[in-house]
Design a protein around this ligand. Structure first.
Ligand code: SF4
Ligand code: SF4
Length: 301
């Protein structure tokens, strides 16, 4: 499995305290993405300028001669094969390999160490990127979890073949299912993919006995309209345990800076509490009493 990151003691990725495994690769490309380093399926090296002392060792050890330096810092070439030599040799850990290969058994050995912290509600969450891109490995991991009585959560954008979700259903204790935009043209504009398959899979999943939390990122100027919430409310209704409207945050700006990418939402402020309450009310009035909102909001106008 190609793992981007493993986060411990997470309180935002399902019930209770959880260990969340973030996988590489996503079929969507949401313009607001908070994990831009997860979109590319292949591994890459990330440079943290604040830790770099400019010693140049990485440039001399790279077997591919794929490291260059300029006034903006250290850069790895497109032909970097993610061998990890530079990350191991860097004396200050300014270079980090993003996308480490694990076998299912090895990954299980890592996550199960956290068992003592999970309590009765917590467990393992697999997120992304899009977790179902590596669904066979996720299935094997969840099967191991269930053999040991470990609670499993799958964080998904819903964009995969039905058979994938059918295979995962018996081993998934809760689905964290993202629904972003009701209007398909808007969905394509902001995520690069149609919402048709996502909605079809949701319809099917909602008709099973699966435990589901729907999540909708509330993004200023994109998903935060009355029409969008009204439309999604008609789909979600009260067929799930919870519908969480997650207020936009801008904490990922430094990730875009490290990747050398422009972020469409650079400088965008937080949502206001009143607007989050209004959108939640709209969801309630349009057939979804399970809607709640979460996240930090702006302190002032
Ligand atoms: S990961 Fe390997 S190939 Fe890529 S830049 Fe570092 S040393 Fe070079
Ligand atoms: S080896 Fe590490 S500290 Fe030295 S130049 Fe490369 S990134 Fe910077």
């Amino acid at each position: 499995m190609k793992v981007l990151d493993i986060q411990r003691m997470s309180t935002e990725d399902g019930p209770g305290l959880r260990t969340t495994v973030f996988l590489k690769g996503c079929p969507l490309a949401c313009t607001w993405c908070h994990n831009p380093e997860s979109i590319e399926p292949r591994s890459h090296v990330e440079w943290k300028g604040v830790l770099c002392i400019g010693c140049g060792i990485c440039g001399t050890v790279c077997p591919q001669h794929g490291i260059t330096f300029d006034e903006n810092g250290v850069h790895t070439a497109d032909f970097c094969n993610a061998c990890g030599t530079c990350t191991r040799e860097c004396p200050t850990q300014a270079l980090e390999l993003k996308g480490v290969n694990y076998t299912v058994d090895d990954l299980y050995k890592v996550v199960i160490k956290d068992r003592a912290f999970w309590g009765k509600d917590g467990g393992v969450t697999v997120s992304g990127g899009e977790a179902t891109l590596q669904w066979q490995d996720v299935l094997a991991l969840f099967q191991k979890c269930k053999e040991d009585g470990v609670h499993t959560a799958l964080d998904t954008c819903g964009f995969n073949q039905r058979e994938v979700f059918e295979a995962l259903l018996p081993y998934t204790d809760i689905f964290l299912y993202d629904l972003k935009l009701f209007d398909d043209e808007e969905h394509i504009k902001y995520t690069n993919q149609s919402n048709k398959l996502i909605f079809e899979n949701f319809e099917w999943l909602a008709g099973t006995d699966a435990r589901i939390w729907v999540r909708t990122p509330i993004i200023p100027g994109a998903t935060d309209t009355d029409e969008n919430i009204k439309g999604l409310a008609g789909i979600v209704r009260d067929r799930v345990e919870k519908w969480e409207l997650c207020a936009f945050n801008n904490l990922c700006q430094d990730k875009y800076d490290r990747l050398g990418k422009e972020w469409d939402f650079k400088g965008t402020g937080l949502m206001h509490k009143e607007r989050m309450e209004e959108l939640t009310q709209i969801a309630h009035e349009n057939g979804s009493s399970v809607a709640v909102w979460s996240g930090a909001t702006a302190l002032t106008d």
